[in-house]
Ligand binder design. Structure first.
Ligand code: ZN
Length: 271
């Protein structure tokens, strides 16, 4: 599932492909349920002839600011991906939506499982759900993380998956962050001491920066056909594999239904 580094990679690909400055000449919505608001008809009409001015990201959401003052919000869901291709190039059958551009190219939204979502809104802040601090921004301090975890009785793994705690983390980068910080995924959020919260904040920022840098290198090396998914984590995601730090066997459990991997030696349950 695309998490912050994958969505940021998608944003940087669209910018490098010079989507900003281009206008939509026609829009084809192939799966109406993807459009959350407004109606599909108003969505298509509202995008017509509108120029993309800027592309931002908030958590796992891409925000395309248009010259109408409205924002096209894209969430890639579980399996979604974006590309810009010539209109003459045959589209993959899993492309659900296409946005023709005024330079004979097309923004294509490939979404095999149809879990992606689209919005066209005059006020992105109102449309987006409650999102916690952006982890690669200065607002994501140890104090900000501590405030989000205070009084919360849930396992730290479950808390970090909540977008209102930290924006943009998903299953992979939560496991990687906890591994880097040496914190067991089932530890109770409010039981973490200050030193652990400091380590966790640093680990979240560190693993997201490392992943983003890996995408940057791959994009440069493989342009114009950059990868949309890379293996950017260090913890093995398999039961019984050796921990790269201590060689103990990695354990796999489920936390709130999500496959979770940790090192029982580096990440002790009680401390
Ligand atoms: Zn270990």
């Amino acid at each position: 599932m695309p998490e912050l580094p994958e969505v940021e990679n998608a944003r940087r690909i669209l910018i490098r492909a010079e989507l900003p400055g281009r206008a939509f000449t026609s829009v084809r919505v192939g799966w109406g349920n993807s459009v959350r608001s407004p109606s599909v008809e108003d969505f298509v009409l509202g995008l017509h002839s509108r120029r993309v001015e800027e592309i931002d990201r908030r958590g796992k959401y891409l925000l395309l600011a248009l010259d109408s003052g409205e924002t096209l919000i894209i969430h890639l869901g579980m399996t979604g991906g974006l590309s810009i291709q010539p209109q003459t190039q045959a589209a993959d059958p899993m492309v659900r939506h296409s946005f023709a551009l005024d330079d004979r190219r097309e923004l294509r939204f490939r979404d095999p499982r149809k879990f992606g979502h689209l919005w066209l809104t005059p006020d992105a802040g109102q449309t987006l759900p409650d999102l916690g601090p952006e982890p690669l921004s200065p607002e994501f301090t140890t104090e900000a993380l501590a405030a989000k975890l205070a009084g919360r009785n849930a396992p730290i793994k479950a808390m970090l998956l909540e977008q209102s705690v930290v924006a943009g983390l998903g299953n992979l980068y939560v496991d990687e962050s906890l591994y880097g910080a040496g914190i067991h995924p089932l530890r109770t959020a409010q039981a973490l001491d200050n030193g652990e919260i400091v380590r966790l904040q640093e680990s979240i920022v560190g693993c997201l920066n490392a992943a983003t840098a890996q995408y940057d290198r791959a994009r440069d090396a493989e342009w114009p056909d950059p990868p949309s998914a890379l293996h950017t984590w260090t913890i093995p995601r398999k039961d019984g594999e050796s921990c790269p730090k201590c060689a103990a066997a990695i354990a796999g459990i489920r936390v709130r239904g999500r496959g979770t991997f940790f090192c029982p030696e580096c990440q002790k349950e009680s401390c």
